[in-house]
Design a protein around this ligand. Structure first.
Ligand code: SF4
Length: 208
């Protein structure tokens, strides 16, 4: 069994719904099908490069099928963005990515603010997670290593105003910076209720 199929089998065993998409575009099509079957009244998201690559955010901004709560509109004041991120925690359908997924079907995430892992854990009726094949790891230890040593420094580097040590060195220095992006970990071992969380595994290298 290939890695993606093995991961899907484990996720399904852990009560996640799971699909495999050939590429980011295909993942976007699967998400649109889920919109059709679940008819959400409100849709929102936690920031994710992989999710952005699917093109689904452009669709959400253009449709009148549901109310889209845009949590990362950079033209809005910070306090308005935070208000929307709180609203997103009670939307019908919440989308985001994951920092890592283990071959035995667990999702591992590390957040700065917590709006992403908050939505994954509780609140939204349905959750969709998009994840590239490069984020599949063998074990929890590999996941922690991947997230802290690879994903987090790259994520910090995306923000030009973040002066964390990893932005300069490319390596995690376990900093005490006021802009530290590594504050809250989550491990989602199973979906509760069963099928609440859908994971779309994408057969491409995507995201951080
Ligand atoms: S703990 Fe600090 S140095 Fe390490 S990755 Fe996070 S922000 Fe960068």
């Amino acid at each position: 069994m290939d890695k993606l199929s093995q991961c899907r089998a484990s996720l399904e065993k852990n009560n996640f719904r799971c699909f495999i998409a050939e590429n980011a575009e295909g993942a976007g099509e699967i998400i649109r099908e889920i919109f059709l079957e679940s008819s959400p009244g409100t849709v929102s998201y936690g920031d994710s490069e992989t999710l952005r690559a699917t093109g689904i955010l452009e669709f959400c901004k253009s449709t009148s099928d549901f109310r889209f709560i845009d949590t990362f509109n950079r033209h809005e004041e910070h306090r308005i963005q935070i208000k929307r991120r709180k609203e997103a925690l009670t939307c019908d359908l919440f989308m985001t990515g994951t920092n890592a997924v283990t071959l035995d079907g667990k999702l591992i995430n590390l957040d700065m603010i917590g709006n992403r892992i908050g939505g994954i854990i509780f609140g939204p009726r349905k959750v969709i997670i998009t994840v590239g094949r490069n984020k599949i790891v063998d074990s929890l230890d590999s996941a922690f290593k991947r997230v802290r040593e690879t994903a987090a420094p790259k994520n910090a580097a995306r923000h030009s105003d973040f002066k964390t040590p990893c932005v300069k060195t490319g390596r995690c220095m376990d900093c005490s910076s006021p802009k530290r992006i590594c504050n809250s970990w989550s491990i989602t071992e199973k979906s509760y209720p069963p099928g609440r969380i859908t994971v779309i595994l994408i057969d491409d290298d995507l995201g951080l």
